[in-house]
Design a protein around this ligand. Structure first.
Ligand SMILES: Nc1ncnc2c1ncn2[C@@H]1O[C@H](COP(=O)(O)OP(=O)(O)OP(=O)(O)O)[C@@H](O)[C@H]1O
Length: 359
């Protein structure tokens, strides 16, 4: 069981709500604009310490209010820990087990949530940054020191770039290049190892959702394949000096999904691309659930968007088969589509920001 209880105040159109979710499927029904996404937003806030809709806190806080608060009890019944977030227009307070903490990392580790929404397709269509974030989220949950490693890399990168721009004496260039090569190689290796780790889940999910067995994730480290990062840095030194920044490294890493040997984003239909994105995210969730049972939570918004009835049913039964706590939104008239999921743990109705649980 992941989320045992949730208390929300002033998240978008939800003034105040409390709910006790079930440990399996939680189905949320409501008309357009009723507040279903706002409810998922509240859960995401306690999982990541930030909104998925907007980087600007003011947009998530209910109109006219100075701040929002969300708190959740996470863990096993009778033995959970309370985590919470209070978000103002320019300040944020995160609390875990009654204590303030200065980063969201603890929330992310304690309560990992995976969000699936129509906009998730940006994972495959959008800039490489989104794909790096997906990999880094996964590696973060496997490698205890990964965040620290990313910070070391980022510091070395800033320093090397400062030397390249001429802001700092060039005598330190070799030292910073060495640091960069060391941390960058580790990051790339961990990302690659993570992709290997989720490979089986990706194959299973793609097969269940798209009926294809020929999908393949190809990772690029951010420098010329087959080279060491140290050699790639040395080879790009002249160009780096001209540009004033480090061109290659894990900050340029990426992955491509090939289906039948071709880049999926270039030839799959939009609906298929969406299913492929969902398959990748479900693979991440499924892997984490296998590694740390009972921790991960799945948020699925607007399941019907651009998917036909059969694919909605496939997605629902796949989510159910992974067996993790999930929150899935449906428009008020989608009871039939939702029936494909079979009996849910809990059903909630959302109406003008108010949430009511089925008896
Ligand atoms: N900061 C805010 N304060 C108050 N209300 C807001 C705020 N931001 C958005 N809203 C309103 O909250 C309502 C709920 O939006 P939400 O996206 O949660 O609806 P939904 O049930 O997911 O709808 P849909 O099915 O159309 O996706 C909308 O009417 C929206 O205009």
């Amino acid at each position: 069981m992941a989320l045992l209880k949730l208390d929300i105040a002033d998240v978008r159109n939800i003034e105040s709500a409390s709910l006790s979710p079930g440990d399996g499927l939680n189905l949320l029904f409501g008309a357009n604009g009723s507040g279903k996404t706002s409810l998922l937003e509240a859960i995401y806030l306690v999982s990541r310490g930030k909104s998925f809709r907007s980087p600007q806190a003011a947009r998530v806080i209910r109109f006219g209010q100075p701040c929002l608060t969300v708190s959740g009890r996470i863990g096993q019944p009778g033995a959970g820990v309370v985590v919470g977030i209070r978000l103002g227009r320019s300040e944020k307070e995160i609390r875990v087990g009654g204590r303030s903490c200065d980063s969201s990392a603890q929330l992310i580790r304690l309560f990992p949530a995976v969000l699936i929404q129509p906009a998730s397709v940006a994972l495959l269509e959008g800039p490489p940054r989104w794909r790096r974030q997906m990999l880094d989220w996964g590696v973060f949950h496997v490698e205890q020191d990964y965040l620290d490693l990313l910070r070391r890399f980022s510091r070395a990168l800033d320093q090397r770039n400062a030397v390249l721009r001429g802001d700092v004496s060039c005598s330190s260039l070799e030292a910073w290049s060495g640091e960069l090569a060391r941390w960058g190689t580790m990051i790339a290796e961990m990302r690659l190892a993570y992709v290997e780790r989720i490979r089986t889940q990706v194959e299973e999910m793609v097969s269940a959702l798209l009926g294809r067995t020929d999908a393949e994730l190809v990772v690029r480290p951010g420098w010329r394949t087959g080279w060491s990062y140290a050699d790639a840095l040395a080879a790009s030194l002249a160009a780096d000096r001209r540009q004033g920044y480090t061109e290659c490294g894990p900050h340029k890493g990426d992955f491509t999904v090939l289906v039948g040997g071709r880049p999926a984003k270039d030839y799959l239909s939009r609906g298929q691309l969406k299913l492929l994105t969902y398959a990748l995210l479900l693979a991440q969730a499924g892997r984490l659930e296998a590694d740390q049972p009972g921790r991960v939570c799945l948020l699925v918004d607007d399941i019907a968007s651009e998917l036909d009835g059969r694919n909605q049913e496939r997605l629902l039964s796949l989510v159910k088969s992974i067996g993790i706590q999930s929150f899935i939104t449906f428009s008020a008239d989608a009871q039939r589509a939702a029936a494909a999921a079979g009996p849910a743990s809990r059903v909630f109705h959302v109406e003008q920001g108010r949430i009511r649980a089925d008896a």
